[in-house]
Design a protein around this ligand. Structure first.
Ligand SMILES: Cc1ncc(C[n+]2csc(CCOP(=O)(O)OP(=O)(O)O)c2C)c(N)n1
Ligand SMILES: [Mg+2]
Length: 562
C-alpha cells in the first residue's frame, strides 16, 4: 500500500465506526483530519464556536446512543471546547474530541497555539491521549471509542501533534489492538443469588419503587424496564438519559416534579443504572428515604453503594439483569397481582392529579397576562409540539417551567444542560439533536443570556438547513431581576442587557425564519408557523424579568446545597 498521512488513518477509523458527522471549527493543526472526512462518507458540520461543536456532539450522542465526534484545533480550539466537553463528561455522554496539537518537538519552547489538552480535561474525561507515535494513530483512536462508549459512558480526548498527523508512512506500520465492540456485544448477567434476593424483596415490599438512570439508556433497556414495572405493578421514576424509558404518561411513571412523596417514602428501591448525584440530593433524606432497602444494578461495581448503602448489589448489564428478574418472577410464580390498586398506587394517582391541577390553576391566574408569563408560554409550547419532539432546555427561568410541563414519552426527548449546567448550550445541542433525529421536531428553549453565548450557531443551522426552532425567553436579563435575589439588591448593578433587543431582526438576515411575540394569544400561531416553516427559526418572546425559576426563584446555585 502507498504511504498515507495521519488524517487518512483517522478518516478510515471514523468510517469503520460508522461516524456520520464531525462537528468542527477548523485550524491548520487539523487540516489532514478535515480533508479525509468526505472521502469516508462523513459530513463536516463547521460551526461558529468550538464550545458548540462539543455541545452538538454531546446531544447527538444523547439522542442516538452512538458517539458524537467533534474536532478542534490546537491550543485555543481545544480550550474553547472545554466547557462543552466538561458538560458531556459530567453527563456521561459518549463524546470523542479530536484535537490538533503543536509538534512534540516544540514542547515548552514557545510553540504556536501550545496547550496540553490531556491535562486540561483530566478531571472529567474517561480517556485522554496525546498520540506520541505515528504507529499508534489508529489504536489510540479505537481506544477512544472504547472508552467513550462503554458504560458508564464519557468523554475521550484524542490529541494529535502535527509532526505525527502530517507525517506519511506505510499503513502496515499501524499497531493492531483495541477492537471496538458494539453496545450489544459485551453484556453480562447478574449473580443469580442476588437476582433471587431482589425478587424476594420486591415481593415483600409495600411501597416499592424502580429508579431508572443513564444505565437504562446505555444498555437500551426501556422495554425490559416497562415489562418489569407492569408485571409487578411497581412505580418507576426515570431520570437523566433514562427519562422517558417509561412513558411519563403511563400511570406507573413518576415524574421528577412530584417524585418526593415516593422517593422519600418507598420501602424497597430497585435502582438501575442510576446515579444519586447532586440533582438527586446524593440519595439523602428527605428527597430519598434512608429507611428503604436499596437494590442497585450497575455494570460498574464502583457505582454500587457509591451514594446509598445498597443492601443488594447486582453487577451486570441492566437489560440482561432486568430480564433475569422478570424470568425469575415467572419461574417462581411470584404473585404480584394483589398490587394492582394498592394504596401506594392510589397515592400516586392522587399526587399526579393534584400536581396537574396545581399547575393548571397556577397557569389560569396569569393566562392572559402581558408581558407573557412563563407558565402560559410553556403550556402553549407543549400543546403544539409533536409527541416525539426533542426539547433542549437552556434558559434558567424556563428550564424549571419545562420540567414541570413537559411529558417525556421516550428516551432522548429531553436534552438538558446536565450537571455542569452551562448557560448557552442550547443552539449547539439543538443542532446535534436534529442531526441525530432527522425528521423529528427539535425545540431549543433559550434565554437571552444563552443566546448571546451560543446563539450564533443559528447561522450554522441555516447554512446546513437544520430546522431547529429556538424559543427565546427574552427578559433582557441574565436570569430574573434582583427581586428574586435580595442578596444583591442595591449592592451591585442589575444583570441587565440592553432592553428589548429584537433578536428576530438579528437572526433574520442569516436566513433564519423569525417571529416576534408580545401578546399571549400570538404564542401558538407563531410557534406553529415556525415549526411548519421547515427552516431553522427563532421565536423572540418579549418576556418579564420579574419571574424566576418556579422552584429555585433566583437561586442560580441550582441543586447545590450550602
Ligand atoms: C457558562 C455559565 N455562566 C454563568 C452561569 C450562572 N448562571 C446561571 S443562570 C444564569 C442567567 C442566564 O440568563 P438567561 O440565559 O437569559 O436565562 P433566563 O434569564 O431566561 O433565566 C447565569 C449567569 C452558568 N450557569 N453558566
Ligand atoms: Mg434572560
Amino acid at each position: 500500500m502507498s504511504d498515507v498521512d495521519g488524517g487518512a488513518l483517522i478518516g478510515r477509523i471514523l468510517k469503520e465506526q460508522n461516524v456520520k458527522y464531525v462537528f468542527a471549527v477548523n485550524g491548520g493543526h487539523t487540516f489532514p483530519i478535515l480533508a479525509n472526512l468526505r472521502d469516508n462518507g462523513i459530513k463536516l458540520i463547521h460551526m461558529r464556536h468550538e464550545q458548540a461543536t462539543a455541545y452538538a456532539a454531546d446531544a447527538y450522542a444523547r439522542v442516538t446512543g452512538t458517539p458524537g465526534i467533534c474536532c478542534v484545533t490546537a491550543g485555543c480550539g481545544l480550550t474553547n471546547a472545554v466547557t462543552g466537553l466538561c458538560g458531556a463528561g459530567l453527563t456521561n455522554s459518549a463524546v470523542i474530541c479530536l484535537a490538533g496539537q503543536h509538534p512534540t518537538t516544540e514542547d515548552f519552547i514557545g510553540s504556536f497555539q501550545e496547550a496540553y489538552g490531556t491535562d486540561v480535561v483530566d478531571s472529567f474525561s474517561k480517556y485522554a491521549k496525546r498520540v506520541l507515535d505515528w504507529s499508534t494513530i489508529e489504536v489510540d483512536l479505537r481506544q477512544a471509542f472504547r472508552a467513550a462508549t462503554s458504560a458508564p459512558q464519557g468523554v475521550a480526548l484524542y490529541e494529535i501533534p502535527t509532526n505525527i498527523l502530517y507525517h506519511s508512512d506505510a499503513p502496515e506500520k499501524q499497531r493492531p489492538g483495541a477492537k471496538v465492540y458494539g453496545a450489544d456485544d459485551l453484556r453480562s448477567q447478574g449473580d443469580p443469588r442476588k437476582i433471587e434476593r431482589a425478587v424476594e424483596l420486591l415481593l415483600g415490599a409495600e411501597r416499592p419503587l424502580i429508579a431508572g438512570g443513564d444505565g437504562i439508556f446505555w444498555s437500551d433497556a426501556a422495554a425490559e424496564l416497562r415489562e418489569l414495572a407492569e408485571l409487578t405493578h411497581t412505580p418507576v421514576y426515570c431520570r437523566r438519559a433514562g427519562q422517558g424509558a417509561m412513558d411519563e404518561a403511563n400511570p406507573l411513571a413518576i415524574r421528577g416534579a412530584w417524585k418526593k412523596p415516593f422517593t422519600g417514602q418507598a420501602d424497597v428501591v430497585l435502582a438501575v443504572g442510576f446515579r444519586f448525584w447532586s440533582g438527586e440530593k446524593f440519595g439523602q433524606p428527605p428527597t430519598w428515604t434512608d429507611k428503604a432497602t436499596y437494590i442497585q444494578v450497575d455494570t460498574d461495581p464502583e457505582r454500587v453503594g457509591w451514594h446509598v448503602p445498597a443492601e443488594v448489589g447486582i453487577v451486570g448489564d441492566p437489560k440482561l439483569v432486568l430480564r433475569q428478574i422478570i424470568d425469575t418472577i415467572r419461574e417462581v410464580k411470584a404473585d404480584f397481582s394483589g398490587r394492582a390498586g394498592s394504596p401506594w398506587l392510589q397515592q400516586m394517582a392522587e399526587v399526579r392529579g393534584n400536581y396537574e391541577k396545581m399547575i393548571a390553576d397556577r397557569e389560569a391566574e396569569t393566562h392572559a397576562d402581558t408581558p407573557i408569563h412563563p407558565d402560559r408560554l410553556t403550556k402553549d409550547l407543549v400543546s403544539v409540539i409533536d409527541d416525539d419532539a426533542t426539547l433542549v432546555v437552556d434558559s434558567f427561568t424556563l428550564s424549571g417551567y419545562t420540567s414541570q410541563w413537559f411529558t417525556a414519552h421516550t428516551m432522548g426527548q429531553i436534552v438538558d444542560a446536565g450537571p455542569l449546567a452551562p448557560v448557552g448550550h442550547g443552539v449547539g445541542m439543538g443542532i446535534g439533536a436534529a442531526l441525530g433525529r432527522p425528521g423529528k421536531q427539535v425545540v431549543v428553549v433559550s434565554g437571552d443570556g444563552g443566546i448571546g453565548i451560543g446563539g450564533m450557531d443559528m447561522e450554522t443551522a441555516a447554512k446546513y438547513d437544520i430546522p431547529i426552532v429556538t424559543l427565546l425567553w427574552n427578559n433582557s436579563s441574565w436570569g430574573p431581576d434582583f427581586a428574586a435575589m435580595p442578596i444583591l439588591k442595591g449592592r451591585t448593578d442589575p444583570f441587565d442587557m440592553v432592553p428589548d433587543i429584537r433578536y428576530d431582526k438579528v437572526f433574520e438576515p442569516m436566513g433564519v425564519y423569525t417571529e416576534h411575540v408580545a401578546e399571549p394569544d400570538e404564542i401558538i400561531p407563531a410557534l406553529e408557523r415556525a415549526l411548519g416553516s421547515g427552516r431553522p427559526a427563532v421565536v423572540n418572546v418579549a418576556s418579564d424579568k420579574r419571574y424566576g425559576h418556579p422552584s429555585l426563584g433566583g437561586n442560580l446555585l441550582g441543586s447545590t446545597q450550602l
